[in-house]
Design a binder for this molecule. Structure first.
Ligand code: ADP
Length: 594
């Protein structure tokens, strides 16, 4: 589309140039006209003077009788006066003429110049001459002798002579005028170009500023107005650069804070379009935060509870808070969500910002703690109830029968032992947990075989009781970086279980091997084994496959939990493989550097 805007040249230079030309033309025309007028006036005065000088020569000869003498005189005087000379009588009859034969000339009384001269005034006329048709200037003066007008003398010159003198003066004048106009226009053009040059320089500088190049500085022109404009623009560029730098730094800081935040943060406008979403929020919603930008929130988040909360927060004035459950990679995550309205400088609502705290771990810990307390209470309650019952029975009279008393006290003692075992296991568990949390577990390089032999030694009485043989397969030179008492406790727990859940005369094999730096200790038995379905929960506290049998065996349900915590404190893992009726294999995997 062609631009409808006019350039400065068209706006400024063309009109002024044209005006200059027109003004020069008009001034020239007027000057030439007045010059012409004054030339004609001068010529007229000149002709009148000549006529008046000539007049006395004819005053005494003015009658038709002297015609033959007058004609040569007329020619002679005309030659001296360098003009045409005509003399008429009062009736208009031509008496003599320097250029014509008077006999052939008609009556001149009606000629304008003669008409006035015969009325005793100077007459003047410019017109074409009758015969030749050439334009002439005529001046006639009366010839008065003793009062009345006796005739008139006329002097005339061709206009071409007068005009040629005029042209001699007028031509340089026109030339000078034209030269002046041209110089003025050239100067005007030069200054216009300079002004336009300055403006273009400022314009291109301003364009660079709009493109964000604030390091550019406009050159300072000589013209003071442009100079101060350029200075102002340069100053503006410095200020803008400063401000943009500050804003960018602030934005980067905010971005860095938001990105590094563990809490999910997202902001929306009033139409629920995402303005910003940080990495943590993106992770929770399973989207790339850059993809979420400028998308409707409904397209990013599917959780109806959260969407409803967002709408509610947008409509509310105060901080809103709620708990939301979110499906996240097949698991449920609990989000404590806070939303507050965003306001602009006029305090108008422009959207809302939301912070999501992932409290899943806290929730799980709370649940675990609750379950644990319930389990401990339950575990402790059984032996205490039993002890209380038997003590009451004894007090109620059973003491009288020494046989019953001995039996009941035996049971009380067994239950007390059970209580003791549970409390000791709990204390052990909490100590290991505490030490592993605070990093207080001290490891040292030791011969693994010695640790395993000590564990076998601890279990030997029970094994011998059941006729169970414990074999050890561990190279003497095997060195492990472990906490020996804790690892011994873990192996004892595993061997103890192997003895408990194996029939008499069976065999238990403890083996240890190292492969690519990592250490594996296995406790293999030929016991009753564990059904596959129980394996995932086997290492939980108080979990037992067969509660009655476990209790009967003096188990607390904490042995494997203790093993798991000890191994985890070493940075390792524990696993089990079992086949019912064949036996079980418990493996402790210790990492390379432990
Ligand atoms: P408990 O004190 O009951 O033995 P543990 O935590 O040591 O508690 O073991 C949890 C449960 O795992 C036991 O009750 C038992 O059912 C099962 N279990 C552990 N070790 C073995 C094993 N070697 N063979 C068969 N079952 C076992």
């Amino acid at each position: 589309m062609p631009s409808t805007r006019k350039t400065l040249v068209r706006q400024l230079f063309l009109p002024i140039g044209l005006t200059l030309f027109a003004a020069s033309g008009v001034a020239g025309w007027f000057s030439l006209n007045s010059l012409k007028q004054s030339f004609y006036d001068e010529a007229r005065r000149d002709l009148q003077v000549r006529a008046e000088i000539v007049r006395p020569h004819f005053a005494s000869r003015l009658n038709s009788a002297n015609v033959s003498k007058l004609q040569p005189l007329c020619r002679e005087i005309a030659e001296t006066a360098r003009a045409r000379l005509t003399v008429v009588l009062p009736d208009g009859q031509v008496l003599c003429d320097s250029h014509e034969d008077p006999a052939r000339m008609d009556n001149h009384a009606s000629r304008k110049e003669f008409d006035r001269a015969l009325k005793n005034e100077a007459g003047f006329a410019i017109r074409s001459e009758n015969r030749s048709g050439k334009p002439m200037m005529f001046v006639a003066v009366p010839v008065v002798v003793d009062g009345p007008v006796r005739g008139a003398v006329r002097v005339s010159r061709p206009m071409s002579e007068i005009d040629s003198t005029l042209q001699g003066v007028g031509r340089p004048l026109i030339l000078a005028g034209a030269l002046f106009a041209l110089t003025a226009v050239a100067l005007l053009y030069y200054f216009s170009r300079r002004i336009i040059g300055n403006i273009k320089e400022i314009q291109s500088g301003a364009e660079r500023f709009t493109e964000g190049d604030f390091s550019f500085r406009l050159p300072l022109p000589v013209v003071s107005e442009f100079n101060s404009l350029s200075r102002t623009l340069n100053h503006m560029a410095v200020q803008l650069d400063d401000r943009i730098r500050t804003i960018t730094e602030q934005r980067n800081e905010q971005q860095a804070i938001l990105t590094s935040m563990v809490e999910g943060v997202f902001a929306i406008d009033r139409d629920e379009t995402v303005i910003h979403m940080n990495e943590a929020a993106g992770r929770l919603f399973g989207v790339d935060p850059r993809f979420a930008q400028n998308k409707p929130l409904q397209a990013v988040v599917r959780n109806t509870r959260l969407l409803a909360f967002v709408t509610q927060s947008l409509e509310s004035r105060d901080l809103q808070e709620t708990d939301i459950e979110l499906d996240w990679e097949g698991q449920v995550r609990y989000l404590q969500t806070r939303g507050t309205v965003l306001r602009n400088t006029h305090k108008e609502s422009i959207g809302a910002v939301f912070v999501l705290y992932d409290v899943t771990r806290l929730r799980k810990l709370e649940t675990m703690r609750r379950d644990f307390v319930a389990n401990v209470s339950h575990e402790l309650k059984t032996p205490i109830t039993s002890i209380k019952g038997f003590v009451e029975t004894l007090l109620d009279g059973a003491l009288e029968s020494p046989e019953d008393a001995r039996r009941f006290l035996g049971i009380v003692s067994k239950q007390a032992e059970r209580l003791n075992a549970i409390i000791e296991d709990l204390l052990s568990l909490s100590r290991i947990e505490q030490d592993s949390d605070t990093g207080a577990i001290v490891t040292q390089e030791c011969h693994l075989r010695e640790v395993l032999e000590n564990a076998i030694c601890d279990c030997a009485p029970k094994a011998t009781q059941k006729g169970i043989r414990i074999d050890l397969d561990c190279a003497k030179e095997l060195i492990a970086n472990v906490n020996p008492p804790l690892l011994e406790e873990a192996v004892v727990n595993l061997v103890d279980n192997a003895i408990k859940y194996s029939d008499p005369e069976k065999r238990i094999l403890i083996s240890a091997a190292q492969s690519s730096g990592a250490m594996t200790i296995q406790v293999r038995d030929e016991g009753k084994g564990i059904d596959q379905q129980y394996l995932p929960r086997l290492f939980e506290r108080f979990y037992r496959v067969d509660k009655a049998r476990s209790r009967q065996m003096g188990g607390t349900g904490l042995g494997l939990a203790i093993v798991k915590h000890i191994v985890q404190a070493h940075g390792g893992s524990v696993e089990v493989a079992s086949t019912p009726g064949v036996g079980s294999i418990f493996s402790i995997n210790l990492p390379k550097n432990k």
